[in-house]
Ligand binder design. Sequence first.
Ligand SMILES: *[C@@H]1O[C@H](CO)[C@@H](O)[C@H](O)[C@H]1NC(C)=O
Ligand SMILES: *[C@@H]1O[C@H](CO)[C@@H](O)[C@H](O)[C@H]1NC(C)=O
Ligand SMILES: *[C@@H]1O[C@H](CO)[C@@H](O)[C@H](O)[C@H]1NC(C)=O
Ligand SMILES: *[C@@H]1O[C@H](CO)[C@@H](O)[C@H](O)[C@H]1NC(C)=O
Ligand SMILES: *[C@@H]1O[C@H](CO)[C@@H](O)[C@H](O)[C@H]1NC(C)=O
Ligand SMILES: CC(=O)N[C@H]1CO[C@H](CO)[C@@H](O)[C@@H]1O
Length: 808
Amino acid sequence: MGGVYIFNASISFLLILSTALANDHSSSSVLARGSSISTKDDTSITILVSPNGAFACGFYKVATNAFTFSIWFSGLSTVAWTANRDAPVNGKGSSLTFHKDGSLVLRDYNDKPVWSTNTSSAAGGASHAELLDTGNLVVMDTNGRHLWRSFDSPTDTLLPSQPMTRGANLVSASARGLLSSGLFTFFFDNDNVLKLIYYGPETSSLYWPDPYKTSLQNNRVTYNSTQYGVLDQKGKFLASDGLSFEASDLGHDMVMRRLTLDYDGNLRLYSLDASSGSWSFSWMALRQVCEIHGLCGQNSFCTSTPKLPYCSCIPGFKMNDPGDWSKGCRRKVNLSAKRGGGKGATKDFSFVRLDTTDFYGYDFKIINSVPVFDCRNKCLDSLDCQAFGYKRGLGSCFLKNFLFNGKMLQSFDNFIYVKVPKTNTTLPSQELASGPAHVCKLAETEAYPSSQLVQSDTSKFKFGSFLSSALTLLVVEVVLIIGGCCVVYKWEKGPEITDDVGYMIISSQFRMFSYKELQKATNHFQQELGSGGSGAVYKGVLDDERKVAVKKLNDIIQGDQEFRSELSVIGRIYHLNLITIWGFCAEKNHKLLVSEFIENGSLDRILFDHQDFSPVLQWHQRYNIALGVAKGLAYLHHECLEWIVHCDVKPENILLDKDFEPKIADFGLVQLLKRESSTQMLSRVHGTRGYIAPEWALNLPITGKADVYSYGVVLLELVKGIRVSEWVVEGQEEVEMAVRCSTEIIKEKLANEDKSWLLEFVDYKLHGDFNHSQVIMLLKIAVSCVEEERRNRPSMGHVVQTLHAPME
Ligand SMILES: *[C@@H]1O[C@H](CO)[C@@H](O)[C@H](O)[C@H]1NC(C)=O
Ligand SMILES: *[C@@H]1O[C@H](CO)[C@@H](O)[C@H](O)[C@H]1NC(C)=O
Ligand SMILES: *[C@@H]1O[C@H](CO)[C@@H](O)[C@H](O)[C@H]1NC(C)=O
Ligand SMILES: *[C@@H]1O[C@H](CO)[C@@H](O)[C@H](O)[C@H]1NC(C)=O
Ligand SMILES: *[C@@H]1O[C@H](CO)[C@@H](O)[C@H](O)[C@H]1NC(C)=O
Ligand SMILES: CC(=O)N[C@H]1CO[C@H](CO)[C@@H](O)[C@@H]1O
């Protein structure tokens, strides 16, 4: 860290330019009243040079026959200030005149004034113009007072000692190498905070400092209305809103510096390497280019890569203007064209889910704490709704009428569901996924009567769209190379950049394996990791050195086609707290499931089979496991577009990675075994009694609340550290009764003021080293989860919320 980021400029280009600029060299730093200089011969003309030789000003050639009046770094092509960035003047016959009346005026070839300092009527009258050592061009009166300063009207660059003030905005250039105004602005907002904003033709949005946070959280103050900021020569920037940053080469006061709002919307501090004439950046506002708004236009999203960020259209959209991402994308099929009018029209739409993608802003409605299907129905009901965002855990629902500022996120908490018309053209992947309803899913429909979600099978996520993203990257790169880009960014290869694409990599890895391949990976199924009702699990190593767990599924009597369609659902599930399924094998009677290998084994081993010398699962780890399992189940229950009830939650199915983060295994297996009658399933899948909700015995439809019950039992075990089946005293009672009785006792004790019983109740192996309020919370949740009447049990989403909420 702290390195200087190299910004390779083309040296040869610099040399050509510097000799061109030196042609008409004038060593004077002062322009007297009455002087006039005209453009000629279509070449740049230096009019003034600062006394220290660092800066020059004059006619700067921006294109053939197009000139600006600019200040630049002597000998370099880097422009620091421009008078007429958006109205260049003609190369022949345009003039800069210091009129006798005291104003400095730039006129085009036809004598039309393009720019003026407006100093003609100044009291005392202007005497001369001077380019100072700082790069500041000033018009002075006879007493040396400044009547006008170029420092007061910056363009895209702030020089050391040049103040950033109210109304003195930096506006980016429109493209690499151009001077004309672009779409990004650095300015003091009304709340006295320095910000970066994107001003597009259709929309504007703030993107720095972090718009998701308050000023205070961003370490900015709003009360100081001075609105002043300045960069000093040593490389430190300080502003009245508390913004402060330093160059990585802080302290070298002989270094030339500039703070520039670049054409890509990032604010960067540059240092000049005098020997090579190249600029390197020593600080930048945004490390992740995708945080910048407007880069990819609407209906598309930005992905960070170690090399360059790239844009992709949302699946079902295409680029508005191939070659210009800032124009964004549009729908291939208009939503309005599909609107038959009236409520019935909502049947014409379904949703495509974009994982780990977020679109900032344009939420026309925000609803908190609702399940995802409510959010979905709200979006279906609204004609304006183009998509909705859903934040897991909080259950926040954001209806969006415009999709902008899209980017891939690291966090897996955000989902965007884009409204798409249902089409009659079935894609292979959709066909695969639309099998008949599953045992658990059917029941779930009963629990949540809004059936909209279950009907729509077209809203499937497609792996193919990622392929097109990859192609887009290729195209963008080719365009950049052809575009004669002479500047190459070398982003420091940070983990946050590569992690951004994590989801893509994971999902595109889901594939079909051959039996031979798995035989080889597991060395002929030698190392068995364990075996349960649904089959034995073996350890293996793939050719790419990924460690995997391969499960041989017994008793799959479905056809290959159905098996695959089930897997196409499971294979799309990705969550931190669920085992990632990497693929499957379906060859004749071989049915295997390939998933990630989890280092630390299952929870039951470390929680119950404790050896004297092995480490004890600490309290904070147990709490984290409780939270993680809840998140994983909440995801299965509420957020997969296909609801999945695990039906077999128990410590054996909770695996722990090396950081003891829990990962739920064996979800979706019930679906694979669905052809059998439910009683058979019960006996096979639910080998361990004690975790089964009472409704299984009562032959009621199974809903997610069955998992909630099992989760409650696991919570009790996490606290007590003993398997619930061993709570049975003297072998008199059934396990179910033991749970019942224990929870009655716990309930009573929880109501008691005196909490000294906890010391005895909580796992003795912790030696009293636990957080009392957390234990009480877990027990309260556990007790409510194992309620006999399932309506009284909380949903997993609610459990997650409770675990996250601050303690009373
Ligand atoms: C000079 O005055 C004109 C007309 O009022 C205005 O458009 C222009 O922006 C002013 N120039 C400067 C440098 O302030
Ligand atoms: C406001 O900012 C200015 C400039 O940074 C500073 O001199 C002044 O002390 C600040 N005022 C307060 C009240 O902090
Ligand atoms: C979609 O709507 C836009 C604007 O309403 C229109 O310009 C465009 O032609 C439409 N496209 C299709 C495929 O109907
Ligand atoms: C889809 O196909 C069905 C039956 O073939 C037809 O009735 C329906 O109109 C079609 N829908 C659309 C949107 O084309
Ligand atoms: C117990 O947990 C609560 C909530 O997680 C936390 O606020 C509190 O500081 C913890 N107490 C101790 C002593 O660690
Ligand atoms: C039971 C088990 O495998 N424990 C291991 C979990 O991971 C930690 C850290 O990697 C090891 O130290 C334990 O031995």
